[in-house]
Design a protein around this ligand. Structure first.
Ligand code: ADP
Ligand code: MG
Length: 236
């Protein structure tokens, strides 16, 4: 049986999609069978980062009740399976997020880990994703607005009894205006799973539609993501 891990944040643009894509690939490097799903069904980006855009059948079609989830799973980099959300507005309008739990149930036997790339905030789609996941990782930037918004996700996760594995601090740049890892841990009251530095190779690899952990494996962000994958698989 697979475990499900939602990658969530309060604030938008913290790096959920980048991290979901790369952590999924990193976990495959540790021998795990991984399915990554784009649950940001309104603003689907995962397929772009993974070089899988333009697929005909997507999660939105499945949530609209007009396709089977088995037909919306695509082979991505390094053996990771990818379920894109698609950019069709028509499919998005007809999608019913409440169908998600059933969709996930069908995938449980097919992999070791499901990574759910969530929408930001605590709107309906984010709540559906958080409530459907067993575990959750908070994706934050080292600034107070990101942390205060993350606190709302912590509260929601507790209400849904979704287990918070910890927080990943993304876009760290050693500036003295940044909140320290210790301060973030104290405010959120969750362990810090890793710190991903600001790294121009993230944007560069996204432009190529290739995860940074494959395109630039020696870059600082890739090394940080591999360390987080090692921690999650107990191979640290
Ligand atoms: P979200 O899914 O939370 O909205 P994304 O993963 O789409 O966030 O990231 C938002 C933007 O920030 C993207 O352009 C991405 O390339 C960039 N980005 C994310 N993490 C980093 C990083 N560590 N260093 C540099 N740019 C980053
Ligand atoms: Mg995103």
């Amino acid at each position: 049986m697979a475990i499900t891990i939602a990658i969530a944040s309060g604030k938008g643009g913290t790096g959920k999609t980048t991290t979901s894509a790369n952590l999924s690939v990193a976990l495959t490097k540790f021998g795990k069978d991984v399915i990554v799903l784009d649950l940001d069904i309104a603003m689907a980006n995962l397929e772009l980062v993974m070089g899988l855009d333009g697929k005909s059948i997507t999660l939105n079609d499945v949530l609209a009740g007009r396709a089977d989830i088995m037909d919306a799973i695509y082979d991505g980099p390094n053996g990771v399976k990818v379920v894109p959300a698609g950019i069709s507005l028509d499919a998005f309008r007809k999608a019913k997020p409440e169908r998600l739990a059933d969709v996930l149930t069908k995938l449980y036997g097919m992999c070791d880990i499901m990574i759910l790339d969530c929408p930001a905030g605590i709107g309906k789609e984010a709540l559906t994703a958080i409530s459907a996941a067993e575990h959750l990782i908070l994706l934050v930037n080292p600034e107070i607005s990101s942390i205060s918004d993350a606190l709302k996700v912590v509260a929601i996760s507790k209400r849904f009894e979704t287990n918070i594995l910890g927080a990943i601090i993304n876009r760290a740049s050693l500036e003295d205006t940044e909140l320290s890892s210790k301060a973030i841990e104290t405010i959120l009251e969750v362990p810090i799973l890793g710190i991903i530095p600001e790294d121009p190779n993230i944007r560069r690899s996204a432009a190529f539609g290739e995860p940074i952990v494959l395109k630039y494996p020696d870059s600082p962000a890739s090394q940080a993501i591999m360390q987080i994958a090692a921690k999650l698989t107990g191979k640290e």
